[in-house]
Design a protein around this ligand. Sequence first.
Ligand SMILES: Cc1ncc(C[n+]2csc(CCOP(=O)(O)OP(=O)(O)O)c2C)c(N)n1
Ligand SMILES: [Mg+2]
Length: 1058
Amino acid sequence: MHRARVILQASNKIGNSERFASWLLNKPQAAAMTVQANRLKSSTAAEPFLNGSSSAYVETMYNAWLTDPNSVHASWDAFFRNATNGAQPGVAYTPPPNLAPYSKNEVPLTSLVPASGGMPSIAAGSPINEKIIDDHLAVQAIIRSYQARGHLAADVDPLGIKSANLPELGMRAPRSELIMRKYFNFDEADMDRVFKLPSTTFIGEKEKALPLREILNRLEEAYCNNIGIEFMFINSLEQCNWIRQRMEPPNVTKMSPDQKRLILARLTRSTGFENFLAKKWSSEKRFGLEGCEILIPAMKQVIDTSTRLGVESIIMGMPHRGRLNVLANVCRKPLHQLFTQFAGLEAEDDGSGDVKYHLGTYIERLNRVTNKNIRLAVCANPSHLEAVDPVVQGKTRAEQFYRGDNEGKKVMSILLHGDAAFAGQGVVFETMHLSDLPAYTTHGTVHIVVNNQIGFTTDPRHSRSSAYCTDVARVVNAPIFHVNGDSPEAVMHVCNVAAEWRATFHKDVVIDIVSYRRNGHNEVDEPMFTQPLMYQKIRKTKPVLEIYADRLIAEGVVTAEEVKDVKDKYEKICEDAYNQAKQETHIKYKDWLDSPWSGFFEGKDPLKMSPTGVVEETLVHIGKRFSSPPPNAAEFEIHKGLLRILKARMEMVENRTVDWALAEAMAFGSLLKEGIHVRLSGEDVERGTFSHRHHVLHHQKVDKATYCPLAHLYPDQAPYTVCNSSLSEYGVLGFEVGYSVTNPNALVLWEAQFGDFNNVAQCIIDQFISSGQAKWVRQSGIVLLQPHGMEGMGPEHSSARLERFLQMSADDPDYMPPESPDYEVRQLHDCNWVVANCSNPASLFHILRRQIALPFRKPLILMTPKSLLRHPECKSSFDDMRDGTAFKRLIPEEGPAADNAANVRKVAFCSGRVYYDLLKQRRDRGLEKDIAVVRLEQISPFPYDLIKAEIAKYPNAQLVWSQEEHKNMGAWSYVEPRFRTLLQNQKQIRPQSRSQSVGWLSQLLGRADGPQTEQPQTETVPRTISYNGRATAASPATGSKAAHTKELRNLLDEFCVL
Ligand SMILES: Cc1ncc(C[n+]2csc(CCOP(=O)(O)OP(=O)(O)O)c2C)c(N)n1
Ligand SMILES: [Mg+2]
């Protein structure tokens, strides 16, 4: 709570006095009211007019009345009579009748200030006393102060430390008088004066006015006890009032004995689980929950309340801390499965696995409290803290979408955070900003922070600059509840309110459980090295289970025997599971799968792929729809430039050709026809960064009127989603990964604006996409569309870092899989992802469709073109897409060189855009018969079988790999060792030392028919492949157009050297 305290101190230093009540400022401090306002003790003391300044007068009157009732005014006589007969506060005195009618909730000021008692009187219709108004305004300001700043004084820290800056250790925080009331000092004499309550508070419940003492008591209880609420920044009055209603009335946190027993039972399990693991595996890292055991009852409370309110499926994401406990006690994952993770057993199934505190799970079970079925999933996550946040949101959104749960009433997400990570990781912010976007919202997430006031060994004052670790949530107007983790009932109340908030407003909400960490960062760490005084304090703090059990025993809710009994029973459950786990001989990764695809794999031949070609009629139908203006074109006015684009598209359809955009649309459209949902997300994807796509047409005269042709291809087609995202790569790509693991029958694509922006999403690429299946047996068919190509646009927009993706491809460069008829699908089955750089629209069409045609799912990393989008040669014919055609992993040379293969001098292998430069160069130099150009449309898995055949076709040619990227980039470092493996046994008979046998002029001209100086001697040598491309570089591309052109010239010249 360090930062919050700093703010608090600062707010006290600033002279932020509220001037309208400035007369109060001059009161001597000693006369200021005390913070610990006592409850009113008697009915007379509760009378509105019996305040301090009038009490001496009243006492005199009372003594006189006791001696002789007739010696006082009749009204005093009536009052004392009523009071001594036991009348309730406020009833003993009856004010004179009011002439003017009052509206419903109004309390007349006159009723608050009786004509007697030493206070100025206000008779109906008389001028209102200024002091009374000022005092009321001051009270209102105080109420508002509590609502806005009460959290700064709330007692939410079980350790009571101001910070880890330890001279102040053990001191209580400055209390609320400093924050809320300092500048509105009322005297003790004012404490029993009654004030009308404003409509912005609910502390009075049904009462419209309360004595100041009671007002303060109730505000203290609501805002400065064990819950600190931040909500006054919320822009909606309705929402602010909703929170006040649930937090302000007296006794709102009160629980029934049954509820208390349930909390205790859950706390017993939570604590017992950690104790059991500590006992059995004392030196194993498990990132236990000790110090925040209340997390388990808290999560269960959120789940109970949400289930009661209609939620049926909850998707959770969480870091290491307490994860095993969550799996065991929230999800009820079988304990023996958890315990086998400690046994060091080998896995029965494929994959390389992950450490136990990263694994996910999926459970369907009956919620015993609500008696409803519930599905709980905890997403597997990497060590990278908070990376799982957007993934969980994507998965949640997908589940909502496929269930038709458009308002998030049935599916919700819960995200858990550590205090340091929540404040430190930018992806939290990115994820928060998705929370209200139409195509990304999950209709509210409950965030729970396990705030143990430390991150590894770092104190909050060194790890964040914000007051709270939760401040990031303020940007989306989420209410934030800071709650003392050692106050179980307060925690449960907050959980109920958070779940109700989510169900009511469908917006994010944060529960910040302020707690501590009893052990080091993990169980083998020594925390005293770095936080000695904090840990002295922790050592003296009783576990919350003990605190709560003692309290319930004292209250008579449970007996000590019952407490022990529940504890023993749970220990026995753990012991039985432990013995059962000992019988296991293997672990199964699939027991830890977070997204089962029931029915998807069953009955499928794992090596059989469906065709990707499509009947021409379908191509024509989609092509025409995609090229047509909206059906009501007369009213729906689209941009004139677009009309031209549509016309050009239509012409292509008529000519049976496609460009990139048309091929993409035909791939999407044909999948939609087959019932496959397609979702394309990313920055500016609707139009396309390069203005080539235009999937959403905008009415030029009507705001927000749009038309999406691909959503209207067939009446019974699957839905098509195309959505411009927020300007986030990490968050949005994570989101789409989560989306893609939910339903195998969907094509989910994320497009990078420019390929290099994937840098910012590297964590998702490394931790989820490339390794997700290996770690968590979870498949994803996500497609990354990444504009890539050296087009003189400078260092930053040229490279999607193809080399990095290829380096992460897990196929062994030294192993060439044996040839078989199902070579392609077998390789795909065994790889971790597919990396491709297609050179023509037909390839794009097939490779996108292949994602779904496969009997399993693999991520596809696709380098996509920029200038090729409009390149006249970059077109394909319907003939390459219709039924019977398929994706070509390699496109062989089809020109004159192929017809005359034996005489071909050079075979250049290449991939992607550079093909067109090579083609032009070859044509310009008249080398079409001498150089064959072969395209690798799929780089990884490496199409050994096809390359081998291609090489064999040209026995006398030298082999080169041509690329436009720099030598330490692009595909070279991936293809080179694989070519080497392939070529090991491929011998070539060639002239000895070509440079000696071919004349210098021929070399220069690149012709073999130059003058020969001698008859060539031949030798048999293994074939090799050499490099043709840019030199190595630190930067992906030069910023100078001239340098770019020169580099290109050089590589093309070199390409022509024979
Ligand atoms: C992105 C990232 N950076 C650093 C780490 C290393 N690390 C693991 S746990 C941890 C401390 C996290 O503190 P907090 O979020 O408060 O969670 P706690 O461990 O206290 O529960 C750190 C720095 C990591 N796992 N991920
Ligand atoms: Mg922490």
